[in-house]
Ligand binder design. Structure first.
Ligand SMILES: [Fe+2]
Length: 470
């Protein structure tokens, strides 16, 4: 098996506490803050293995940057799934594509007392003075930014949800968090919620009999955009089938993909627009211009990408990973017509942009992504891509044997240009046998510095750079 996949989908054996890291190159002195990343810390518990990239027990990683120096801390996320794995040496909670209940007795027990994972491993957020580890189940875990220790469960709404997204829209000015939650039942509900302080209230509700798997949703100044893909589930199957969560969903292309456009003002569905079947994990940005709504996302023709993330498929290297494409939907809400435009021909995922200045703005032009090198044919992300929407061009960072994670844009304070700043990514280097933090000049996409981590960091998902002032 390829060394990178053995390391990136293996097990973390050490937790470090603020160790100083070696730096090659020079980190711009204006960068002061902490990159906190979330992802799996192990794909093995005792003799048992998780099956999919979206499984595993959460681990937080923190790179603290100050005065051109970098410290590193990593810690398994304290939660019931982790505690029980330690105590029993077994996988005890249901994950995205791994079900621990391999015996009839366990299956029956779980039917009446489902144990969905609380290992919130997908994203992090800063909201209401709290730092949160986010997962797709209702149990988000608050953690201490200094030590990465868990402080307990943070729930949006204990009674009214079964799954949620790890990509809430946070309005820092108003101190509000918006998210999509889904309640399964005979009549299931998509529900948009607003949290402020300790209060959570519904903003909009849409009924459905076969809810879709939805990983994120869009937000423009006047609308929420809910894309309902034809990857659908009959909710009772989640309880009765005995299959892991995602394996209950079926691709039903005849249903097409439906965009629900929801008024932010009153929560009513302004219109719904149907288009050809497709799947996406990530909305990128949305904005309004000249009476039209524009929605950018990373599109796949089918949901095959979820199958491609099973670890045995990645490790077998039989097929290159399917690439997502950055596309734009231009929607006329009066006529109900929509047009789709390709924004790039690169194969991409895990995108970021200057969210602070260009979220919901028609003026945004630069998107940073992980991607797939067209010549390498790898079964996992192996390059970083900068896409300039105004020029229709892209810049690439690629180094053979290196596998970079989500590129986080950190803007230079007082910047006047959209790409004035740096892009930071955790890269697994299979030749060195460890990871490094790569710091690129966001404008030229050339390397400014690399910071050697003390170990190989497993392939993670999302993270955030928190300025020292936060
Ligand atoms: Fe995501």
């Amino acid at each position: 098996m390829r060394k990178a996949y053995e390391m990136g989908f293996g097990k973390t054996s050490s937790e470090y506490e603020n160790v100083s890291l070696d730096i090659q190159g020079k980190i711009p002195p204006w960068i002061e803050g902490e990159l906190i990343r979330n992802g799996p810390g192990t794909f093995r518990v005792g003799d048992e293995h998780y099956r999919h990239w979206f499984d595993g027990l959460a681990m937080l990683h923190k790179f603290s940057i100050k005065g051109g120096k970098v410290g590193y801390t990593n810690r398994f996320l304290g939660c019931k799934a982790y505690d029980q794995a330690l105590q029993t040496g077994r996988i005890s909670f249901s994950e995205f594509a791994t079900d621990p209940c391999d015996k009839l007795f366990h299956r029956i027990k779980t039917l009446f007392r489902p144990k969905l994972t609380d290992s919130a491993k997908v994203n992090v957020a800063h909201f209401d003075s709290r730092y949160l580890a986010l997962g797709e189940t209702p149990m988000q875990i608050e953690f201490d930014r200094k030590t990465l220790e868990s402080c307990g469960v943070y729930q949006y709404d204990r009674n009214n949800m079964h799954v949620t997204t790890v990509h809430p829209h946070i309005d820092t000015r108003r101190g509000e968090l918006y998210n999509l939650v889904i309640r399964f039942g005979r009549k299931s509900t998509y529900q948009l919620i607003r949290s402020k302080g300790h209060t959570t209230e519904p903003v909009a509700r849409i009924r459905t009999t076969h809810p879709a798997y939805i990983h994120s949703f869009g937000s423009s100044p006047n609308y929420f955009i809910l894309a309902e893909y034809p990857l659908r589930v009959y909710p009772l199957n989640i309880l009765l089938s005995g299959k892991p969560f995602i394996e209950n969903y079926r691709w039903q292309p005849e249903k097409g993909t439906l965009f629900y456009i929801i008024s932010r003002q009153n929560g009513k569905t302004v219109c719904h627009l149907e288009t050809e079947p497709f799947f996406a994990f990530h909305h990128v940005n949305a904005f309004e211009k000249e009476d039209k709504l524009f929605v950018d996302l990373i599109k796949y023709p089918t949901a095959e990408i979820i199958e491609s993330f099973y670890l045995d498929k990645i490790k077998s290297e039989k097929k290159p990973l399917p690439g997502g494409r950055l596309v734009r939907f231009a929607m006329d809400l009066l006529t109900g017509k929509l047009k789709e435009y390709a924004l790039s021909d690169e194969d991409v995922e895990l995108m970021r942009f200057d969210h602070e200045r260009f979220n919901m703005s028609p003026d945004y032009n630069i998107v940073y992504t992980t991607g797939l090198n067209k010549n390498a044919g790898n079964s996992f992300y192996d390059q970083l891509t900068k896409i300039d929407l105004s020029l229709g061009s892209s810049k690439i960072w690629y180094q053979k044997g290196c596998f970079p994670g989500e590129p986080v844009f950190v803007g230079k304070p007082g910047r006047t240009k959209e790409d004035e700043g740096v892009v930071i990514s955790v890269v697994l280097d299979e030749n060195a046998g460890r990871s490094f933090l790569l710091i690129l000049d966001a404008e030229t996409f050339s390397e400014l510095a690399r910071v050697n981590a003390p170990h190989a960091i497993l392939f993670g998902y999302h993270g955030e750079f928190f300025q020292d002032t936060e």
